[in-house]
Design a protein around this ligand. Structure first.
Ligand code: LER
Ligand code: MN
Length: 286
């Protein structure tokens, strides 16, 4: 298992999808069973599952496979709803927003079965039109997030807000944007997720940003600056691990990376890199 006395509170996962996906940084998309097996062999503790609908996954099938491979669900992600079905929280069409809330509610109920959080990242979509329209879209998206937080609270799980870089959305780019929105919504079940790929674009100091998030930070995505496996670019992951340890971060770190050169190699590279990092504290990718 990828854990050491150095970082005893942290567990590692990997983002995957049960279906082929429009969102690229998901490994084994459409081949989840193969992915779960590879994850277990590489010593990961969890799998993050990206869904565009609950119908993509049979909950009993997943329970059985998690048992077989000794894995947990680290989180469910929802960005594919927006990318593949235009079910985005900012969609100006009321019907699409209504359907998005229905699907998110169903995913929250599924997530509660696995005691896993639900990520609100790409599902926000983009604010469009003139300033008035943007303000209306923002207000309805905030309302949907508040409703989802209340459902999550009732179910005893977290909802996670993920800031996403400016090239993908204009609605919550930085950690500070995220913290401000959490404060505005003011629901204890709504917490922060930080993704090193987006942070590398938006933040001037990654370690200071993690420290600033403090106890609001409940989930982390690891990808290098090029969205390859950690260690394949120039992000200083040993320093980030030290910072996470100093702020007593005790959640999952999930790798969300491109299947380059292929799924199996990217997964093995991540496992090997994290293993070396956890044992020696040194960056080594070979
Ligand atoms: C989702 O976790 C993410 O990082 C985004 O790039 C989705 O658009
Ligand atoms: Mn992410």
């Amino acid at each position: 298992m990828l854990e050491t006395r150095k970082f005893p509170l942290i567990q590692f996962g990997m983002a995957m999808s049960p279906r082929p996906a429009a969102f690229a940084p998901l490994l084994y998309a459409g081949r989840l069973e193969e992915g779960l097996k590879a994850l277990a062999e590489a010593g990961f503790a969890g799998v993050e599952i990206s869904l565009s609908d609950v119908e993509e996954l049979d909950a009993q099938w997943l329970t059985d496979r998690l048992g077989t491979y000794g894995l947990k669900v680290s989180a469910f992600a929802s960005g594919r709803m927006c990318l593949e079905k235009s079910l985005c929280l900012c969609n100006p069409e009321p019907e699409a927003r209504k359907k998005a809330l229905e699907v998110l509610t169903a995913i929250l109920k599924l997530a509660a079965r696995f005691q896993a959080p639900l990520i609100i990242g790409g599902v926000r979509g983009k604010l469009t039109g003139d300033e008035d329209q943007k303000a209306r879209q923002r207000a309805t998206a905030v309302d949907t997030m508040r409703r989802c937080s209340l459902i999550a609270q009732d179910l005893g799980i977290h909802l996670l807000l993920e800031p996403i870089n400016r090239y993908e959305t204009n609605f919550i780019n930085t950690a500070q944007d995220g913290l401000s929105l959490l404060e505005e919504i003011g629901q204890p079940a709504f917490k922060l997720l930080l993704d090193t790929f987006h942070m590398n674009i938006e933040e001037s100091n990654l370690n200071a940003t993690l420290k600033g998030a403090g106890q609001q930070l409940r989930y982390v995505h690891f990808a290098d600056n090029n969205r390859l496996a950690p260690g394949r670019g120039h992000i200083d992951f040993p320093a980030l691990m030290q910072t996470l340890s100093r702020i007593n971060y005790n959640g999952f770190i999930s790798a969300e990376i491109l299947p380059i050169p292929d799924d199996a190699t990217a997964l093995k590279q991540t496992g090997k890199y994290l293993h070396t990092l956890l044992i020696t504290g040194k960056e080594k990718t070979t």
